[in-house]
Design a binder for this molecule. Structure first.
Ligand SMILES: Nc1nc2c(c(=O)[nH]1)N[C@H]1C(S)=C(S)[C@@H](COP(=O)(O)OP(=O)(O)OC[C@H]3O[C@@H](n4cnc5c(=O)[nH]c(N)nc54)[C@H](O)[C@@H]3O)O[C@H]1N2
Ligand SMILES: Nc1nc2c(c(=O)[nH]1)N[C@H]1C(S)=C(S)[C@@H](COP(=O)(O)OP(=O)(O)OC[C@H]3O[C@@H](n4cnc5c(=O)[nH]c(N)nc54)[C@H](O)[C@@H]3O)O[C@H]1N2
Ligand code: SF4
Ligand SMILES: [Mo]
Length: 688
């Protein structure tokens, strides 16, 4: 008789961790649906959840460890692979020192628990050189907020009267956030979207502010100028809870509506309109910043400028404003205090001290450079999990060269990625359906469990891999738990919630009631206990103390040779970063990337839809078919190209040489490019 079972777990086909019902027959997954009592996805999923079945049972899935030999890839047993890798690590450590080993964690396993685990291993190995996708995913945002507020606030969308979306497009990137926005809109909230493109969320907006790429800082300062001029600020809150207001007010002076309009391309009326809508709704004004602000040469200060608006509106931690989320308070996996390694000169910590001091990780751009140059000391080995930086990091050719220069590269993946192709060992990894960890849904203060649903013999989860490696390398004491479930139980100990409780509550458990205006009873979580509108910490590190605005290079120093401004990586529904390109039914729907273009720019270049253009920056070039947009869907002179494709990898031309001075983020948006029509149709033929 067929054994039927339903297991609840959390999806990780993207980062939203919707709760799922996974249906099994005789231990094989046959269907995936949404779990109806989940407070956020409420029984629904997007089309990617079901595609997890295609991913898990894909014929190209790596199921055996692979070793590079002179004759090509050789399949070997897991124990042999782990033994050999451990020996090679020891050899590198003896020859070049512990710090010449690194760990790189990509996006695909997630953050929080998986991230802390990888950091723990790197630290226990004696190396301060932990690398991750944080160097280009969310750290510019989180750091910007933490520098100012001591926390990364979460918008209270459902209770808000005025929602500002800055460079984020939730209908694609965070589908279930869209429901909260629409619920608020139904209750009368105004929605304002800042985006050079008329994205899906911009289509729902009361005001779409189609500003030029990279000018959000100027727009935020322009709003502050008007708010101060009109007296539309919460002076009492500012007095009581902030420091540096006078410096902010002084800096805002130059952002007159006229100056702001010229810089951003937004009309003076729109600047006043947005400021007035916030004033009518305050303090119930909330905002979300997305990737659109981060991937710029001055992204971090642009984020800080946006978040100053919360202070002026008095909307921090109030109902309908931006909430100070309380943490779950799990046990700490970090070994930073136990084994401080700062004396080993983490790579790039001098250039990007904030990243190292706040997150104990190093900047990937600097580290890749070091792998090639050997300066200031050699980096010779890397254990990589869930990342494919040859596709996802800027200047792909250089990333490949850096990885090829290593003596030992071990990649843990589920498919043969470009990084696997240059590795010495490829290890089969578990997918999210094959591991146990916890996630928190911040805006609800809810914790929930990702449960292991199935397993394949040699496809280890990250915990098992780090555990087995640590025991071989002589620091097994830092990985005492038998498996990840045990470690998860240990993590949860101080919370009073157990793994079993979470198993019984697939909808998650609210770990703390939501409380507003916590600042009435306790200090704000920043180091000074106040909102730091001007940062003494940054000043001491040699940065300007207020979030200064710097014009993007394409505005400050336009170059007629590169007349277009390219945005990359605006999310598409079916694909997540470099993933899902081997799922046939997705490829049938969207077989190749397309560069979005204004119709007048297409006409000027004699292009029709589907023509292939060569896009060239100072770094490199790539060919891609053209998608001609409606004239109000993208700014004239701006192009948008998706990322994550193997063919037409847009990161062939993105900049690893223009970095945000504080966060070290590379320039992935607002890139100066030229386009030329090609006669080729090779790209489309190749993909057929
Ligand atoms: N030009 C440009 N580049 C960008 C961006 C952009 O906007 N523009 N966005 C950036 C952002 S925000 C991000 S987060 C990065 C993401 O980039 P990466 O960190 O490289 O992550 P992914 O591309 O999601 O996945 C990397 C690999 O993980 C594998 N994988 C999938 N599931 C698992 C698993 O469970 N375990 C393991 N071990 N491996 C798994 C996949 O097969 C894939 O090869 O890309 C960045 N790159
Ligand atoms: N389907 C799907 N979902 C995903 C992902 C995916 O690849 N696919 N990736 C996941 C990951 S790793 C991340 S980090 C999140 C990202 O999620 P979001 O932060 O929401 O990023 P996007 O969806 O790319 O939306 C960014 C918007 O910013 C706009 N933009 C570009 N430049 C600028 C600018 O200078 N100023 C302003 N104001 N806007 C600008 C773009 O036009 C785009 O509409 O999505 C996650 N969810
Ligand atoms: S939005 Fe889709 S892919 Fe993302 S977690 Fe939810 S169901 Fe999974
Ligand atoms: Mo990301």
């Amino acid at each position: 008789m067929t054994q039927r079972e339903i297991v609840n777990t959390l999806c990780r086909m993207c980062g939203d961790h919707c709760t799922l019902n996974v249906y099994l027959e005789d231990g094989v997954i046959v269907n995936i649906e949404g779990y109806k009592h989940s407070p956020w996805n409420q029984g629904k999923t997007c089309s990617k959840a079901k595609a997890a079945i295609d991913m898990v049972y894909h014929p190209e899935r790596i199921k055996k460890p692979l070793k590079r030999t002179a004759e090509g890839w050789q399949e070997i047993g897991l124990e042999q692979a782990l033994d050999e890798i451990a020996e090679k690590i020891k050899k590198i450590q003896t020859q070049y020192g512990d710090r010449s080993m690194t760990v790189w964690k990509g996006e695909a396993t997630g953050f929080n628990q998986q991230e802390e685990l990888a950091k723990r291993f790197c630290q226990a190995m004696g190396s301060p050189n932990y690398l991750s996708v944080d160097s280009l995913c969310f750290t510019t945002r989180s750091t910007g907020y933490i520098l100012q507020w001591g926390t990364w606030p979460e918008p209270d969308l459902e209770n808000s009267d005025c929602i500002l979306m800055w460079g984020a497009n939730p209908p694609i990137s965070h589908p279930f956030m869209t429901r909260m926005i629409m619920d608020a809109k139904e209750k009368g909230a105004k929605l304002i979207v800042m985006d050079p493109r008329r994205s899906l969320i911009a289509r729902k907006a009361d005001v779409h502010v189609a500003l030029r790429a990279g000018t959000d800082g100027a727009f935020a300062w322009g709003l502050m100028h008007v708010m101060i001029e009109k007296g539309w600020t919460d002076r009492e809150w500012i007095e009581e809870y902030t420091i540096g207001y006078e410096k902010l007010a002084d800096y805002a002076k130059k952002f007159t509506p006229e100056f702001t309009a010229t810089e951003t391309g937004v009309s003076i009326e729109t600047i006043y309109q947005v400021a007035e809508l916030m004033n009518l709704a305050k303090p119930k004004v909330c905002h979300r910043v997305g990737l659109g602000l981060e991937h710029h040469q001055n992204g971090l200060n642009n984020v800080r400028a946006v978040s100053c608006l919360d202070a002026l509106n008095g909307s921090f931690d109030v109902k309908g404003g931006n909430l100070h989320v309380e943490s779950l308070g799990v046990n700490d996996l970090s070994l930073y205090n136990e084994i401080p390694l700062e004396y080993l000169e983490p790579i790039g910590a001098k250039d990007f001290p904030v990243l190292y001091q706040l997150r104990h990780e190093i900047n990937t751009m600097t580290a890749l450079e070091t792998m090639i140059s050997g300066n200031p000391y050699p980096i010779k080995g890397m254990l990589m999990t869930a990342g494919n930086p040859i596709r996802t990091n800027p200047n792909a050719k250089k990333v490949k060269k850096a990885l090829e220069s290593l003596d030992l590269l071990v990649v843990r993946d589920i498919f043969m990625s470009e990084c696997c192709e240059v590795a010495d060992y490829v290890l089969p990894a578990a997918t999210f359906l094959e591991r146990t960890d916890i996630e928190t849904t911040r805006n609800y203060q809810v914790v929930s469990l990702r449960q292991k649903v199935i397993e394949f013999p040699e496809c280890q989860d990250d915990y098992q891999f780090f555990h087995d490696m640590a025991h071989r390398l002589g620091f097994g004491k830092y990985f005492p738990w038998k498996n990840e479930r045990e470690m998860t139980a240990w993590l949860l100990e101080p919370t009073g919630i157990t793994v079993e409780d979470l198993e019984r509550h697939p909808e998650g458990i609210k770990y703390k009631p939501t409380q507003y205006q916590k600042w009435k009873k306790e200090k704000l979580p920043s180091s000074t206990g106040k909102v730091e509108l001007a940062s003494d910490y940054l000043k001491k590190l040699g940065y300007p103390e207020v979030p200064q605005y710097i014009s993007p290079e394409y505005i400050a120093h336009p170059n007629p040779e590169y007349p277009y401004t390219l945005i990359t990586g605006s999310r598409k529904q079916l694909y997540v970063n470099s993933r899902n390109r081997n799922i046939p039914r997705f490829l049938a729907l969207r077989p190749n990337p397309e560069v979005e273009m204004h119709p007048e720019d297409a006409e000027k270049n004699n292009l029709v839809a589907g023509d292939i253009v060569k896009i060239t920056s100072r770094v490199g070039s790539v060919e891609m078919p053209v998608e001609i947009m409606a004239s109000r869907d993208i700014l004239k002179g701006h192009l948008q190209a998706p990322n994550g494709w193997g063919q037409s990898n847009i990161n062939m031309l993105t900049h690893d040489d223009i970095l945000d001075p504080i966060s070290g983020y590379p320039l992935l948006k607002g890139i100066m490019v030229k386009i030329t029509k090609t006669e080729s149709n090779a790209l489309i033929d190749d993909l057929k």
